[in-house]
Structures are given as C-alpha cells and as structure tokens.
Design a protein around this ligand. Sequence first.
Ligand SMILES: Cc1cc2nc3c(=O)[nH]c(=O)nc-3n(C[C@H](O)[C@H](O)[C@H](O)COP(=O)(O)O)c2cc1C
Length: 202
Amino acid sequence: MTSAPSAPSALDVLLSRASTDHLVAPAPDKAQIARILSAGIRAPDHGKIRPWRYVVIKGKHRAAFAELVVRAMIAADPEVPEKKIQKRRERFSEMPMIIALVMALRPEGKIPLDEQKLSVGAGAMNVLNALHAEGFGGFWVSSDFAGEEVFRAGLGLEGAQTLAGFLFVGTPEKPVTGSKRPDIEDYMAIWKGEPVAFGADR
Ligand SMILES: Cc1cc2nc3c(=O)[nH]c(=O)nc-3n(C[C@H](O)[C@H](O)[C@H](O)COP(=O)(O)O)c2cc1C
C-alpha cells in the first residue's frame, strides 16, 4: 500500500516561491483575494499605523487602468518611446489582476517613515507568499510614473499616500522554478563578540 504524499509544510511553501509574470486566468476570486490580502495586513506595524492599502484592478476595468498608466507615463516623460507605452499598455490590460500597493504614510508622529514603508513591503511579501500558497502567482513591479497628478487623481491617492509598486497576479502559465538562489551561508553570520563579515561581500 502506498501512502498519500504529505502536504508541503508552511516553510516548504516559503522556500518554493518565485516570481513570474507569465500569468493567465484565473485570478483569485473575491473571497480568495480578500483572504490573501488578509495575509498582507498581518505584517508587523510599529505604532499601529496600518499603512497598507490594496487597490484591486481586474476584469473590464483593466483596459481603462492601462490608459491611466499610459497618461501618467506621458505626463512623466512626454518623449517616452511608443514601444515602451505599448508594452505597458499590453501588460496592464492583459494581466489577470493588478494590485496597486498603496503606502498610506503618516509623516507626522514619531514612527519613522522608513519603518512605515518596511511594513508595506512586508505586507506585499506576505501577499506574494499567500498567492503562492493558494496556487496563484505574482510579480512585483515598479510604479515610476505613480507620482504624476493624473495618476494620483485617477487612483484616488491623497496627501502622503504613495505607491510601493504593483503586484501582477494570476495563475502561472507553467510551473515556476525561479532563478537559482545564492547559498544562505554567504548571507548569514553568527556574532561571537567580534565584527562579522559575509561571504557575499568578499
Ligand atoms: C519594490 C520592487 C520593485 C520591483 N520592480 C520591478 C520591475 O519594475 N521590473 C522587474 O522586472 N522586476 C522588478 N522587481 C523584481 C521582481 O519583482 C522579482 O523579485 C525579480 O524578478 C526576481 O524574482 P524572484 O522574486 O523570484 O527572486 C521589483 C521588486 C521589488 C521588491
């Protein structure tokens, strides 16, 4: 008699995550994405700032969102090459789901902005891991045009709200192996009362 393979442990899930932007439908449904984003707001958060906001773009609204992205790119650089515009337009209208990672920062008060941003980053990482745990895939991309007023107004960003990028979300087209990871021994050190040095920096 053969026994059923055991389910991967939580650590197995973390150790097997890798990014992919080769994403197809389905994206998480309404209940799934709410649960996945709930992992995001498990991030450590000094001072209960709760700086994470997630804007979900999906379905028929992706085309209009892609046009907003294009308007912002042109506002940021009127000379932006048409090829770059077309590539972004395609990506933002064809990804099964996009999540804008909003950082709702509180510059007033005593919690350093860096700590607030780190909390948003930690939340985003939790979302990527939760996507992977549920059989979906994700890819974090930059939002260099997101400071443009046309984009801020279109998304509804106010005051000190700004973006930490976007997550492209969907189902991996094929199994994701990801790039080879470096040896952890080069990135850790045990402090024994003397300054440490890392193999990675040699
Ligand atoms: C804040 C942030 C922004 C990123 N922006 C981009 C981007 O615009 N384009 C890109 O190709 N990769 C970008 N990356 C890297 C990818 O998300 C991904 O981490 C990388 O391709 C390596 O894949 P891995 O997550 O499997 O190591 C970004 C990563 C972070 C954390």
